[in-house]
Design a protein around this ligand. Structure first.
Ligand code: GLC
Ligand code: GLC
Length: 829
């Protein structure tokens, strides 16, 4: 069952009922000011940091679920309704929500009155613009009232929802004409404020929540003032400040009126915090006056429909440009809309927000992840390489000089944070992968010379190349009894915690270390991760390639020898006959083996082992891929492990705490499905690669949205696995490494257009039924128009490659570097 449709020409998903199986959201903003907005206009805004600079309030896990947002209420002769249906939930005559690239349009119609609201955050602007167009489509004149509503958050979202003894008494506002200012804590230690304005005169306002609602027993679905058709002109003094504008409107038949509301954020320099005079029309109970210069300038920027149109056009052009860097035309519309639109869009969102704020991440939990952010770069780097470069330097600067990493860092301070500690065994390797992918995209070898400090040597002169070196050797220097990398606190799978042995509620599996391992330095020196071994042999060659390029042949040979040794150790001690083991636990027992009672096979190490060709000559790759198909493949994707754990295995940590089929315990963790898609494509099995891709790619789940539940235009972290009661149900949509990795899987492995150090590889691995496809790829200043022909209907194999009519050996298009457009033709066979 569907709840809407894709409008590819406008790059929008169009939702045609407000009653989606879960709130289907969009993100506005991509620099400093961000908003989350659902299809019923729920959600909230923040500046930079969802925890420390929350602008509007939202209550997670509410009843009903999605309550709190920017709401417009219309009272049309006693009928009260919202253009987005919620919160009043009056049945609408028409409803539509269009989520587009950085904007959302919500339309509602009731009794002949139509309201169309366009929400967006303009480029380089710290505010959300909301343009409301009201049209009387009836045959008689209409008199009605419109009320806006935003509830302020008292800045620190964590404090806001816990520290009521203080913050019920701190709320402060100022009102000047049609603008309501939120100035809580401004006088003392803050230099930022927010405002909500409308570009017209108003007939009243409310800034006190209880006054607006009329009673503490009312909810947002039942505000007294709206029902009464008149604001109460309340002035907030503590409690919960809000901003609501009240306006009376008369429209003749066919007549329209446009109102532009702006929810803005501004910061003042310390010495310019206050205005020297108090204007006569200012409503305040304070002796001081906010300096509003910045707000005035912001309001002036978007206070007419023409200016709004220009802002929208600028946003549209920005996205057209971003999405023109890699474009494809394949025989499958769903592939096209994922690659050309939604997957790339989601990559930008994950790059910006990491795992901080979604409808599943409360924005007050974690900082940015070292591994997460590095992986996000893989999907984003072609869009704005300069921002990727800056991010890489920021992340690397939180690394320690021995190659170890803080697991998380704070975007506001750019410092590592010790909340989750360090010693995650996989972290350093993602840095090699992301830096290599940046160089492959841009050819900017200069990044290796960039001065990048270590967290424990902030003044020292160090280069990015040194960071790669210590990352590589951090693995080599921390091996266990089988010569495999130590598992430490966890690897990519946060829930395999082999040094934890936790039996007390509340202990964090990621930070708690069993006292028996304390003396050994915080983790078992026995437990080893086969996943990290495989990731090492997959990423190591990029490090070797970098050294070779720099003419450091000896160092390259030395590193290569470590990779070869790791492959040998893995084949000798970690191949279980038909697939690779997952780990050795702290007792030296195999995890993810035929010999295990549960959790006999795990997905994570397999794809990287196959792509590193570990044991290929003995057929380990095909055996492994076949085992995945046999044990992990199911209707909605590949489960993480099988059989699911039904008991608590204290020696494994968090993984077996989840009911079977969810999250890391046999859920379909879509992030790692991508690694198998890549591996199948790599092995030339284009049919399987595509089968797995089409099971999880959102556009393919659209038809089963009633089961899948979450947005059909973006990936979620997880889908309920075959052991789950809710088999096929998506969760944790939007902020997941799946976005980047599936962008890599489809664009670089299946469609096979992959940047390399010395050019653009074109080596697809596609369904045999395809006659071919075309792609446009901007790469290092040139544009490549690529045509793939598949006359023999094979999966993989480049028979002939020509660039501008001249045949080229192999499948790498050399960098032309002339800024021109080049024709690339590839014949498969
Ligand atoms: C979450 C984390 C990611 C981790 C994954 C598996 O998605 O953000 O870092 O790799 O879970 O545990
Ligand atoms: C929990 C989650 C996992 C996440 C980790 C770190 O273990 O299950 O997915 O990566 O927390 O926040």
């Amino acid at each position: 069952m569907k709840f809407g449709y894709f409008d590819d020409s406008r790059k929008e998903y169009v939702i045609n009922t407000p009653k989606t199986p879960y709130p289907w959201i969009n993100y506005l903003g991509n620099q400093g000011f961000f908003s989350l907005i659902s299809n019923t206009a729920g959600g909230y805004s923040f500046y930079m940091d969802a925890r420390l600079r929350r602008i509007t309030r939202y209550r997670y896990n509410n009843v009903p679920l999605d309550m709190g947002g920017r709401y417009f209420y219309i009272n049309d002769n006693g009928t009260v309704w919202n253009p987005g249906w919620s919160p009043v939930k009056t049945e609408l005559d028409e409803y539509e929500c269009r989520h587009g690239m950085g904007y959302t349009i919500i339309k509602g119609k009731k009794n002949g009155l139509k309201a169309e609201v366009t929400f967006f955050v303009p480029q380089n602007y710290d505010g959300e613009v909301q343009q409301v167009v009201l049209t009387n489509e009836g045959s008689e004149a209409k008199d009605f009232a419109i009320f806006s509503m935003a509830e302020w958050c008292l800045w620190d979202a964590q404090d806001d929802c816990t520290n009521f003894q203080r913050n019920f008494s701190t709320g402060r506002v100022e009102i000047e004409d049609s603008t309501i200012y939120h100035v809580t804590e401004y006088r003392d230690r803050r230099n930022h404020y927010a405002f909500y304005t409308v570009n017209d005169t108003i007939d009243g306002y409310d800034t006190d929540r209880d006054a607006f609602l009329g009673s503490i027993y009312n909810g947002w679905d039942n505000p007294e003032t709206v029902k009464a058709g008149k604001a109460s002109n309340s002035f907030a003094d503590g409690w919960s400040p809000i901003a609501s504008h009240y306006k009376k409107i008369t429209l003749a038949p066919g007549e329209s009126k446009t109102l532009i509301y702006i929810l803005g954020y501004a910061e003042n320099p310390q010495d310019k915090k206050f205005a020297s005079e108090k204007p006569a029309n200012l409503l305040t109970r304070e002796a001081w006056v906010l300096n509003k210069e910045k707000a005035y300038a912001m309001i002036d920027k978007y206070n007419t429909p023409e200016k709004v149109a220009a802002g929208l056009e600028e946003l549209r052009t920005t996205w057209e440009n971003l999405l023109s860097i890699y474009k494809v035309d394949t025989p499958d519309d769903k592939v096209n809309r994922m690659v050309n639109i939604w997957n790339q869009y989601q990559c930008m969102v994950t790059f910006n927000l990491s795992r901080s704020a979604s409808y599943f991440e409360s924005g007050i939990g974690r900082g940015m992840g070292f591994r997460d952010s590095n992986q996000d770069i893989l999907g984003f780097v072609h869009q704005i390489p300069e921002r990727a470069r800056e991010r890489l330097i920021d992340i690397a600067s939180t690394q320690l000089s021995d190659g170890g990493c803080y697991h998380q860092y704070q975007p506001l301070t750019k410092k590592g944070n010790a909340d989750i500690g360090g010693d995650f065994s996989d972290d350093p390797l993602w840095m090699i992968l992301s830096v290599a992918s940046y160089i492959k995209e841009t050819g900017d070898w200069g990044i290796l010379d960039a001065n990048v400090p270590f967290d424990d040597d902030p003044e020292g002169k160090h280069t990015m190349l040194e960071h790669l070196n210590v990352s590589f050797y951090h693995i080599v220097n921390n091996l266990g009894p089988h010569g495999l990398p130590l598992a430490m606190r966890a690897d990519w799978n946060d829930c395999i915690n082999l040094s934890c042995f936790s039996d007390t509620p509340g202990e964090s599996f990621q930070t708690y270390t069993n006292p028996k391992f304390k003396a050994e330095g915080g983790y078992s020196k026995i437990a080893e991760s086969v996943f990290v071994a495989a990731l090492f042999t997959y990423t190591g060659p990029a490090y070797v390639g970098i050294l070779e390029h720099l003419g450091k042949a000896d160092e390259a040979a030395k590193a290569q020898a470590e990779i070869d040794k790791m492959k040998k150790n893995t084949m000798e001690s970690a191949f279980d006959g038909d697939w690779f083991l997952r780990a050795y636990d702290a007792n030296g027992e195999k995890m993810g083996s035929k010999e295990c009672e549960e959790g006999k096979i795990f997905i994570e190490p397999q794809g990287f082992a196959v792509m590193s060709e570990i044991g290929k000559e003995e057929g380990a790759d095909i055996k492994t891929l076949n085992a995945i198909d046999k044990y992990l493949n199911c209707e909605y994707g590949l489960v993480l492990n099988n059989p699911a754990f039904t008991k608590y295995y204290i020696q494994y940590g968090e993984i077996s705490t989840y009911p079977g089929g969810y999250k890391e315990n046999a859920g379909i963790f879509t992030h790692n499905n991508a690694w198998i898609i890549c591996a199948e494509a790599y092995a030339g099995r284009g049919e399987k690669a595509f089968e797995y891709y089409s099971k999880i790619a959102p556009a393919f789940t659209e038809e089963t949205s009633d089961i899948h539940k979450t947005e059909p235009y973006v990936y979620g972290q997880m889908i309920g696995g075959k052991d789950a009661k809710n088999f096929g149900q998506g969760k944790n949509s939007w902020l997941t490494g799946t976005a980047a990795w599936n962008m890599v899987a489809i664009s670089q492995y299946i469609l096979g257009v992959k940047p390399e150090f010395d050019g653009l590889r074109v080596d697809p691995s596609i369904p045999a039924a395809w006659d071919g496809f075309t792609a446009t790829r901007q790469f290092r200043g040139d544009t490549y128009e690529i045509t793939i022909k598949n006359p023999d209907h094979v999966n993989k194999g480049v028979k002939k490659l020509t660039v501008d009519g001249t045949e080229v050996e192999g499948c790498i298009v050399p960098v032309a570097g002339d800024g021109k457009t080049h024709q690339v033709e590839v014949v498969l066979g």
